[in-house]
Write a protein that binds this ligand. Structure first.
Ligand SMILES: C=C(O[C@@H]1C=C(C(=O)O)C=C[C@H]1O)C(=O)O
Length: 426
């Protein structure tokens, strides 16, 4: 599967949303994994622990950028879903009409919503196929075929916008500015370039990510692929949840040592402070949308194969009709990927980070016609190069507070690059 962002302009839908006819039907006897069904071009994916959905083809698409991007996307989705004729014979989260989407970190970075022609979904024992067609040409459900991705060989890695040493020095600069009282926390990121011998079949790293990181959300949207551990927001039947991560320690591979490290992470005042900023930013953004909220006072330690994070699961009951995307828009950018105070951190990132993040650290996810859905933060990910299919940009960042050590932060970003590096076969 290669990315085809070159066709972005041609596929972009402007003007009135098309009228779509949508049908979801359960299918029996499908034992293959969802990702196995992705064709070699333009696949979309959202998978966790075997559940989720994959899609291909483009029944409708909206490209968005600018300060009004979330509102524009919500209006388009509202129009599209209210004009659609939806026959959902499955009735589980993810069946019926859904779109996949991703948004840039800044207003200037472009993002999109995509409604595929075909969606294959699974939730527990139920597998279904959704077909989406223009009202004038109702299609039959496709035969589900299993495709083999092409292995990725001989990947070389090179510095992106900055060398590690240069990046450490901008971290040191940020620490000075935090100590001087300009702001409390800023998240700084860096990129790494991966270059393979042959064009990269994105399904290869996707399979490996989903296998190695089953507790993360493995995604593929328009050439952006990754396995993120951070749920910005889920809305499902009136329940709103968010998993906030901030505060990280690398794993060593020695279980006993890792347990001791987890305990030290849970006691580290620097990490607890960094985490507190992130939780507060999420709780404040969700509060106007919830009748009752549960914000645990103490984080737990989330164990991933490469790192451990301080984590807090925030939950609330929706008190208004804000869609999952509306909530993601209210939350983005949280202090987990930007900083505190948000405007100062955002300006500092623009001033010293020295690269365009694109969709890295923006919301990525999916949404259904009722506005339920899941939006994660696009982390532990890579962006396929639209002009050079052998090339990807990989990203990682780290939260910087007064007590941060630049070399330790560099090591943290290296640990966060491991999922994508390993998935590409390093
Ligand atoms: C910015 C990233 O991760 C974020 C920063 C974290 C931290 O600084 O401890 C932890 C999880 C994420 O919220 C990344 O993975 O690139």
């Amino acid at each position: 599967m290669s990315a085809s962002p070159g066709s972005r302009a041609a596929l972009a839908t402007r003007g009135p949303a098309p009228q779509l006819v949508v049908r979801s039907q359960a299918v029996d006897g499908v034992s293959a994994q969802l990702l196995d069904h992705l064709p070699d071009e333009g696949g979309l994916a959202w998978v966790r622990r075997g559940d989720g959905h994959v899609g291909w083809g483009v029944a409708a698409r909206l490209d968005v950028a600018g300060s009004n991007r979330f509102q524009e996307a919500m209006t388009w989705w509202q129009e599209l879903t209210s004009a659609a004729v939806i026959r959902d014979e499955v009735g589980v989260p993810g069946s019926g009409l859904v779109c996949f989407g991703s948004f840039g970190f800044t207003d200037q970075d472009p993002g999109e919503l995509v409604v595929p022609d075909v969606i294959v979904g699974r939730r527990g024992d139920t597998t279904w196929v959704t077909t989406v067609s223009p009202a004038s040409s109702l299609g039959a459900p496709p035969e589900l075929v299993v495709h083999e991705p092409s292995p990725v060989y001989d990947v070389a890695f090179a510095d992106g916008a900055r060398t590690g040493t240069d990046w450490s020095s901008i971290v040191a600069d940020a620490v000075r500015r935090i100590t001087a009282g300009e702001l409390e926390k800023v998240v700084l990121a860096r990129d790494l370039i991966a270059i393979a011998e042959q064009p990269i079949d994105l399904r290869w790293p996707l399979h490996r990510l989903a296998t190695a990181y089953p507790n993360c959300w493995t995604f593929s949207v328009d050439g952006l692929i990754g396995a993120t551990p951070e749920l910005l927001v889920r809305r499902e039947k009136g329940l709103i949840t968010s998993r906030v991560l901030a505060g990280t320690i690398r794993r060593t591979g020695d279980d006993e040592h890792d347990l001791a490290l987890a305990a030290s992470l849970a006691r580290s005042s620097k990490d607890l402070e960094e985490h507190e900023f992130a939780v507060r930013s999420v709780a404040e953004a969700l509060e106007p949308h919830c009748t009752s909220m549960n914000v645990p006072e103490t984080p737990f330690v989330l164990h991933l194969p490469n790192v451990m994070h301080l984590a807090t699961d925030v939950a609330g009951v929706a008190n208004n009709g804000a869609s999952a995307l509306g909530l993601a828009a209210a939350l983005h950018p949280s202090a987990a990927v930007c900083g505190t105070p948000t405007p100062v951190a955002r300006d500092l990132i623009g001033e010293i980070e020295g690269m365009q993040r694109g969709r890295f650290s923006g919301p990525v996810g999916w949404m259904d016609a009722s506005g339920d859905g899941e939006w994660c933060i696009a982390l532990r990910c890579g962006q396929a190069d639209p002009d050079e299919p052998r090339r990807m940009r990989l990203f990682a960042g780290a939260g910087i507070v007064a007590g941060s050590d630049p070399d330790a932060e560099l090591a943290e970003t290296n640990a966060k690059l491991v999922p994508m590096r390993d998935a590409l076969g390093d």
